[in-house]
Design a protein around this ligand. Structure first.
Ligand SMILES: NC(=O)c1ccc[n+]([C@@H]2O[C@H](COP(=O)([O-])OP(=O)(O)OC[C@H]3O[C@@H](n4cnc5c(N)ncnc54)[C@H](O)[C@@H]3O)[C@@H](O)[C@H]2O)c1
Ligand SMILES: [Zn+2]
Length: 372
């Protein structure tokens, strides 16, 4: 039986379906149901499947299932990695859509991690003023985070995710068995975002992860179902109330990301520090900022750090240049009027946006992060 999360966005609402193992009749039925909800989808006969080479075997099975259900399908596999989320990568997809004679009734099916979802999603958003997008996120990070919420983007050589759009999918299909082939390091990165959801919104989820570290790392389906479904539900709840990052609520999802993005940028995207690891470092640093502001006691940062360590995530980035991290932070597009804004915990499950962090305080915490 599939676990359902509804992302309630009026006429752009959609279902996230979660299964331990795909049954293709169920997938096709869900796909058709979701297509029927949109004008362009109702007459869809063509599906462009976008994936990367690592995930291609998983994607091919879905493409075959669609072909056997009389959809004309084409599959395009980009190179794995952040490098594909580029203007060149986007051109490639636009070219493939033209070759396929795609029109507004062609659905884009993104099968892969966050890179594929963001890239295929942006191609879908920009081609013919918007094609229906269906997502099958295959990395844990994509399942708990990037496939929920409708943000799609590619990178500019000078700025990550700067060329983007809001383009909600018509449906999301999550198959937990896909995680079996995911490299363990990527699994741990996805768990960092789960920890984030716990800290910002849900102490029970945080405690569940604390108690089930070994089960989660061993891909126990019950433990995974709980954390993936809860994460989707929590993120969907935020997105529903602030779809376009206008009321400020969606900003709470940036906990751990102010420091995280900066250390990730300085380490080099696609380099030594994948996003989830950078977020773990960021969450520990930002929890420490909250402690030094007197917002939380020592227990909270200690628990966040201990959980990250138990999950095999780094909590420091020794050797990074403090100056570069500071510069990266002030360039972050989320700042207003030159002040670094943070999302900091008030207690487990509650965070608040603040620009009260002084330069001295920030420097002293960052010094600990980068100390060799
Ligand atoms: N749109 C959003 O709201 C949002 C949110 C968070 C992150 N993101 C973006 O997501 C991207 C990171 O996503 P990611 O961590 O999934 O990276 P990714 O897509 O690069 O996937 C990580 C690696 O795992 C491989 N992989 C994925 N699924 C696999 C599977 N089932 N089996 C084997 N290998 C598999 C991929 O080929 C890749 O090599 C970043 O570009 C980030 O900006 C977007
Ligand atoms: Zn993130």
């Amino acid at each position: 039986m599939n676990n359902l999360v509804t992302v309630d966005l009026g006429d752009r609402s959609y279902e996230i379906r979660l299964t331990a193992q795909t049954r293709f009749e169920e997938f096709l039925a869900a796909f058709r149901t979701d297509l029927r909800r949109t004008w362009a989808g109702r007459s869809c006969r063509k599906v462009m499947v976008v994936t990367d080479r690592m995930v291609e075997p998983l994607a091919r099975v879905f493409a075959d299932a669609l072909a056997s259900a009389d959809f004309e399908t084409r599959l395009i596999a980009v190179e794995p990695g952040e490098g594909s989320k580029s203007r060149e990568g986007l051109n490639c997809l636009h070219d493939a859509l033209i070759d396929f004679r795609a029109d507004r009734h062609t659905t884009v099916l993104a099968v892969g991690g966050g890179v594929v979802g963001d890239l295929a999603g942006f191609a879908a958003a920009t081609y013919a003023r918007g094609l229906p997008l269906f997502m099958i996120p295959t990395s844990l990070l994509a399942q708990v985070d990037s496939a929920v919420g409708g943000k799609v983007a590619i990178n500019h050589p000078k700025a990550k995710n700067i060329l983007g759009a809001f383009h909600q999918p018509i449906g999301v299909w999550i198959d937990l068995s896909h995680l079996r082939s995911l490299p363990p390091r990527q699994l741990r990165c996805g768990l960092a975002e789960v920890v984030k959801h716990g800290v910002i919104l849900d102490p029970d989820l945080f405690e569940f992860v604390e108690r089930h570290v070994a089960d989660l790392l061993a891909l126990d389906p019950h433990a995974l179902t709980r954390v993936v479904a809860d994460s989707c539900r929590l993120k969907a709840g935020v997105v529903t109330r602030d779809e376009r990052e206008e009321t400020g609520l969606r900003a709470i999802l940036n906990f751990g990301h102010t420091v995280g993005h900066a250390v990730e940028a300085v380490a080099g995207y696609g380099g030594d520090l994948p996003h989830g690891e950078a977020v773990a470092i960021g969450m520990v640093a930002e929890a420490e900022l909250a402690r030094r502001l007197g917002w939380v006691g020592p227990d909270l940062p200690a628990r966040v750090a201990a959980l990250c360590v138990a999950l095999g995530l780094p909590i420091r980035a020794p050797g990074l240049s403090l100056d570069l991290v500071r510069t990266a932070m002030t360039l972050d597009k989320k700042n207003q009027a030159g002040r670094v804004r943070f999302v900091l915990p008030r207690r487990l499950g509650l965070v608040e946006v603040t620009d009260e962090v002084s330069d001295d305080l920030l420097n002293s915490v960052l010094e600990e992060v980068v100390r060799p």
